[in-house]
Design a protein around this ligand. Structure first.
Ligand code: GMT
Length: 383
């Protein structure tokens, strides 16, 4: 197949997942074309069978807000025509599903047919899509997609709750992890070696309000008071200063290390003892899955889609949003008992591989594409 993929190329789970999917599809012999405004952050400079088409937004003094969604639609239209793409798979509904619908209509006017698959990732449904200024167009664009997927059952339910989406069939296809990359045994635990006997707690995110980074620091402060530890904060974003303030307030600044944005997190996770993700709501929690696959138990909140990824008491500890004491107590219990930690760590890696293996999930997308292409009106025998 010839597949176009559009995603946010910046640091974040939806872009990471879209890029991993594209690379995995190309390894299965498909031709993959990324159509985005910048090279996706996890995409290497060159990979056979993978192409990158930059979206250039025309500037004009009249435009206070340059219309990116239109420029994207035009680029999609061009790339589908020039590379004979069968399908556009867009990640994150806003504005990608809308641009794909426009491109599809432009193509249809020229007698071309392209299948549009939209994958919903989270705040496109739970926050941004519910903003009055986006709600109607998000609902319309989702309903016009040929196939819709959501990364968790929770997000599927939220989609129906927030949008109704009469007649929509939203298929749950979970995110996946490459077990060859997220493998603790593959890397020298450099960070851990530097920390001596101190335990390593880690948080990776884009530091948005939903991540509750102050809670990350609060949990850490309680843990390190019992068991000497360090907190490694990976990523960057608007709430970083909040986390820095909290560390200073709690007097733990010298034990909190902000590493900034790091593209390849697997070698870092190999040094971690616990992963902290006390978000208000994660529709899935890709970073938690990457931690589990690396043998790192997750301490987080029993909200959103995270309980579909982390099994409380088995592969981590999940408590109510804001229950810093509960999460810290769970973390201390795990760290105190080394034999139990080791047993949980092995279970984390095994469970991530069993339920979220790249090979299984990529096959689910492939099956969806095949079925959607066969159902096209233009396909022989199609509906
Ligand atoms: O929805 C967002 O705010 C951004 C998005 C991203 O690009 O990181 O995150 C969402 O997609 C990820 C990949 O599917 C999920 O693992 C995250 O849980 C989800 N974020 C939220 O639901 C807050």
């Amino acid at each position: 197949m010839r597949i176009g993929i559009t995603c946010y190329p910046t640091y974040g789970g939806s872009g990471a997942m879209a890029t991993e999917l594209g690379m995995a599809l190309s390894q299965r012999g498909h031709e993959v074309h990324f159509i985005t405004y910048r090279q996706p952050f996890r995409l290497p400079a060159f990979m056979p069978g993978v192409f990158f088409h930059e979206v250039d937004v025309g500037r004009y003094p009249l435009f206070e807000y340059p219309p990116y969604d239109l420029a994207l639609a035009v680029r999609m239209h061009e790339v589908v025509r020039s590379h004979q793409l069968d399908l556009l798979h867009v990640h994150y509904a806003i504005p990608h599903a809308t641009s794909a619908w426009i491109a599809k209509e432009m193509l249809r006017a020229n007698g071309h047919d392209v299948v549009v698959v939209t994958t919903l990732h989270g705040t496109d449904i739970t926050i941004v899509g519910q903003d009055r200024s986006f709600h109607a167009i998000t609902k319309f664009s989702i309903e016009r997609s040929d196939r819709i997927t959501a990364v968790s059952q929770y997000l599927r339910d939220e989609t129906f709750f927030a949008f109704g989406c009469a007649g929509c069939d939203v298929q749950v296809i979970h995110n996946f992890v490459d077990p060859r990359v997220y493998d603790r045994g593959r890397y020298t635990p450099l960070l851990r070696d530097r920390m001596g006997s101190r335990r390593v707690l880690m948080h990776i995110s884009n530091f948005r309000p939903v991540k509750r980074v102050r809670d990350v620091v609060r949990i850490f402060a309680k843990v390190t008071a019992e068991i000497p530890s360090v907190l490694v904060m990976v990523g960057d974003g608007p709430e970083r200063t909040e986390a820095e303030d909290e560390a200073s307030l709690l007097g733990v600044t010298e034990h909190v290390h902000f590493l900034g944005k790091i593209e390849s997190v697997a070698p870092l996770l190999a040094s971690a003892d616990l992963f902290l993700l006390p978000s208000e709501k994660e529709s899935f929690g890709l970073s938690a899955l990457e931690a589990l696959a690396s043998g790192v138990p997750v301490i987080g909140c029993a909200s959103g889609g995270l309980p579909e990824v982390v099994i409380d008491g088995q592969t981590g500890v999940l408590r109510a949003v804001g229950d810093v004491d509960g999460m810290a107590a769970g973390a201390v219990d795990l760290l105190r008992d080394e034999a139990r930690w080791a047993e949980v760590s092995v279970r984390c890696a095994a469970d991530a591989r069993a339920r979220f293996a790249q090979s299984t999930i990529v096959s689910e997308y492939e099956a969806l594409y095949t079925e959607a292409l066969a159902a096209r009106p233009s396909a022989a025998g199609g509906a």
